[in-house]
Design a binder for this molecule. Structure first.
Ligand code: FE
Length: 466
């Protein structure tokens, strides 16, 4: 009798992967526990969502027994520089969830296509949302890594070229120029990600402002925190800022939050819910500096001195910026690819150049960038389908956002509508000691769930969007 293979499931909110083969020791599930056998009240160990919130990860792609030989790959050109890729290669630039998801989705459909993933970083596979909840879960940066680039590349039967920055895209020659040599492609996928918005901060310690947007910078943050209770100044009270603030408080650090808006999550939440979150953070000792920006930061004794735009100053140990993300578009723009806020792509994720796709944080579809795990994985599927000649376009719909603040868990769908709506446009379905459930009465679906109601997000989302 053949054993049914074990499957993996992903939590879209936090990126946690439930592997049936491994189980969940902390949740009392021994190795070999199938999804069907997980109790209905099981909770995601990272974000507290339920079994229902897990989505099946497609099975590991079938890899050709002998990985496809790339005719020109790693050859030497006439100037002595190395050459990678070939006129058959799919080349993916970027090793975030977007880049790896495309490699998986394409490989599942085609076990033989030569694929090369190139990235400026180390390429480790990790769930980025877990960066803002790792402290409270007692996870070290190394615990967040699911696989190294080399491991994942071997599993998928692809090549990975790490620590290699793409300097230029030459679409006429279907070639990338990198510091390590040229890369030839048949098709190109841009999964360039986003960078933190750079704030205009003066002072002799301005260069010490930390911007956490990847595993490497997160390691840096953890090193600076280690072993001590610190005072941390967070710039930005958006999603990442609030999640980091809650996580830092849980680990015993003191936190001040500076934000030009008058309330946290101003672009995502109705005012009264934002005020509730603010009150919960008050109870944790968070100090708010709202309606303010950081003007300068200077070295002072063994710490830093922060000066706000209104002239007030305070001592702090660390300044951490979470001021929002900007899509990385420059390499595409320089290659003549149409760029708006992000790299403009249609529902097939095709850019304005033939055989060049874009997805994830760097891409803009119908005027919007989709930077959460669930839509990015759907974009990767749409690219793989398009390459295979299938018509399965990406459906741009408002994402379900999980605000992973244990002080007040929140699920919000269509935050743009939610933040701008008039209070009379909300129907209060429930509001009790467990939390609140608000639904927007307008034509566009929008809802906000707090407290224990936040766990109903997936059900409600599916009722609107299927
Ligand atoms: Fe989760």
């Amino acid at each position: 009798m053949t054993e049914t293979p074990y499957h993996k499931w992903i939590c879209d909110a936090c990126g946690y992967i439930y592997d049936e083969a491994k189980g969940d020791a902390d949740g009392g599930l021994p190795p070999g526990t199938r999804y069907e056998d997980m109790p209905e009240d099981w909770q995601c160990p990272l974000c507290g969502l339920r079994k229902l919130d897990l989505r099946p990860l497609p099975d590991a792609p079938a890899v050709a027994a002998s990985p496809p030989a790339a005719p020109e790959s790693t050859a030497v050109d006439r100037h002595g520089g190395r050459r990678f890729g070939s006129a058959e290669h799919l080349v993916i630039v970027g090793a975030g969830i977007a880049g790896w998801s495309v490699a998986e989705a394409v490989r599942r459909r085609d076990p033989n296509l030569p694929i090369l993933l190139v990235t400026a970083c180390e390429g480790a596979v990790y769930a980025k949302p877990s960066l803002s909840t790792a402290l409270a879960h007692g996870r070290a940066p190394a615990d967040l890594v699911e696989a190294s680039a080399e491991q994942r590349a071997a599993e998928l039967g692809i090549e990975a070229l790490t620590r290699t920055r793409v300097i230029k895209i030459d679409p006429a020659k279907r070639r990338l120029i990198t510091a390590r040599g040229g890369i030839t492609y048949a098709r190109l996928v841009l999964a360039l990600g986003a960078r933190q918005r750079q704030l205009d901060v003066a002072g002799d310690a301005a260069a010490a402002v930390l911007r956490v947007n990847d595993l490497r910078s997160y390691r840096d943050l953890r090193q600076r925190l280690d072993g001590d209770r610190r005072h941390i100044t967070l710039l930005g009270a958006g999603l990442i800022g609030c999640e980091l603030a809650d996580d830092l408080c849980a680990a015993g650090h003191r936190v001040s939050i500076v934000d030009p808006n008058q309330r946290p999550l101003a672009a995502l939440l109705p005012a009264d819910i934002a005020e509730l979150l603010r009150a919960r953070f008050d109870a944790k000792g968070v100090e708010w500096r709202l309606g303010q920006t950081l003007a300068r930061v200077d070295h002072a004794d063994s710490a830093l001195r922060a000066t706000l735009a209104d002239g007030s100053t305070f001592a702090t140990d660390l300044v951490l910026s979470a001021a929002g993300l900007l899509p990385i578009t420059e390499p595409a723009a320089r290659a003549g690819i149409a760029v708006g806020h992000g790299i403009i792509a249609d529902r097939r994720l095709r850019t304005s150049l033939p055989d060049v796709y874009a997805l994830g944080d760097c891409a803009e579809v119908e005027g919007r960038c989709f930077s959460y795990i669930e839509p990015i994985r759907r974009q990767a599927e749409a690219i793989a389908a398009d390459m295979a000649g299938e018509h399965v376009p990406f459906q741009p719909r408002p994402p379900l956002v999980r605000v992973k603040t244990p002080s007040l868990p929140i699920s919000v769908c269509n935050g743009r509508v939610a933040a701008d709506a008039d209070p009379t446009d909300w129907r209060c379905v429930s509001d009790d000691a467990d939390g609140a459930r608000l639904e927007h009465t307008g034509t566009e679906p929008a809802f906000v769930l707090t407290g224990s109601y936040a766990r109903l997000g997936t059900e409600l989302y599916r009722s609107h969007f299927g």
